[in-house]
Structure formats: C-alpha cells, structure tokens
Design a binder for this molecule. Structure first.
Ligand SMILES: [Zn+2]
Length: 194
C-alpha cells in the first residue's frame, strides 16, 4: 500500500502552490485523485484569492461547484452597466511569489521579505441600473479592457497605470460576462464597450 507515499505527494503539491493546509483539509485532498487535486488547487486563485491556509470548508465549496456542469452554469453571469469606480489596489500591483497575496514594497505579511511578482488587476464598481456589483479583472482581461499591457505598466509605474485604466473605463458602459464568485464578487472573463 503506497498510501504514505501518495499523501506526501499531495502535501508537496499544496506547498508547491505556496499554500499551507489544515490536517482535515489535507485528508480531503488525499481522498481525491491526483488530477482532481490539481483542479482544486487551481480553483483557489479564482475562488479564494487570499487563502494562505487551506481549510476543509473551502475544499467542500470548490468540490460542490466544479463537478456539476449545472452548478457551473448557474454561476455564469452576463450584465450590462456602467463602471462607476475603480477601487484602490487596482492597476499595477505586486504579489508575493509564495502565497499570491497582494503585497507592497516586496514585503508579505506572512512571508516577510520576498521578491514581489508584478501583476495587473482591477476591482471595479459596476452599476447595472438596478444594483451595484463588484467586478474583478485578472491580468489578461485588465490588459484587454484597460488598454495597457503588463510590460507597459511596469514602465509607466503604478500611478500612471491606474490613471490610464480609469481613463479607459470609468463612466463608460460595458457588457460583461464571467463567473460569480462565492464571495459575491464577479470575475470578468469577457468585456466589451457598448
Ligand atoms: Zn506571502
């Protein structure tokens, strides 16, 4: 029986992703196949971007949603509205290479001094006329909708990057589509100006 070998493998994968994990959550992961473990770990960046220590209930939440196509459908959204605000922490940011957390000046609250990795993201308020939503944009979609690439942003610096993104987006009307996240935020996968 190679159970101990396999469980060591799972823990290694978790640590390789830069996470720590509760023992109960590790047991849950070990019960899944190797491929499924990777799926679950990949889902953390989208669903629980601020995770440091993986908890059992987070794995439950991910497992409830990923296997069923029907559930995945209900998480999809398409909305029209106006971006009314770009929140602080948007634009050119640094992430900790170990935990992916947003950091400032190469310092992570958890991992102390690190060499930060540059990334682009947007958190925006979206007014649909009947309500307000919070939209989250990862790098690819930020580059597309903000009209700026990560390389350009690194040359421009944080303030000018944010100004460029605001110029491109605030008070404009968009059609957006993507996935509703468990925290009530909306992860944008596609956007076009209308
Ligand atoms: Zn960190």
């Amino acid at each position: 029986m190679d159970y101990s070998f396999s469980s060591e493998g799972v823990l290694k994968k978790v640590l390789g992703y830069g996470y720590q994990i509760e023992p109960a959550a590790l047991n849950m992961l070990e019960a899944l196949g190797d491929e499924k473990v990777i799926d679950v770990l990949d889902s953390f960046t989208d669903k629980f971007p601020d995770t440091i220590v993986i908890e059992g209930k987070q794995i439950e939440a991910i497992l409830e949603k990923t296997p069923s196509k029907e559930a995945a459908e209900t998480n999809k959204f398409a909305l029209r509205g106006k971006i009314t605000q770009i929140y602080d922490g948007s634009g050119l940011i640094q992430r900790c290479p170990k935990c992916n957390r947003w950091i400032i000046d190469d310092f992570c609250m958890v991992h102390s001094d690190v060499e930060g990795i540059w990334d682009l993201r947007i958190k925006a308020r979206f007014d649909t006329g009947t309500g307000r939503r919070t939209l989250i944009f990862k790098k690819d979609i930020t580059e597309k909708s903000g009209g700026i690439t990560l390389e350009e942003a690194k040359k421009l610096g944080e303030a000018a990057t944010l100004a460029r993104i605001k110029e491109a987006m605030v008070n404009r009307n968009f059609k957006v589509a993507g996935i509703e996240l468990s925290g009530g935020n909306f992860l944008v996968k596609d956007i076009s100006e209308v």
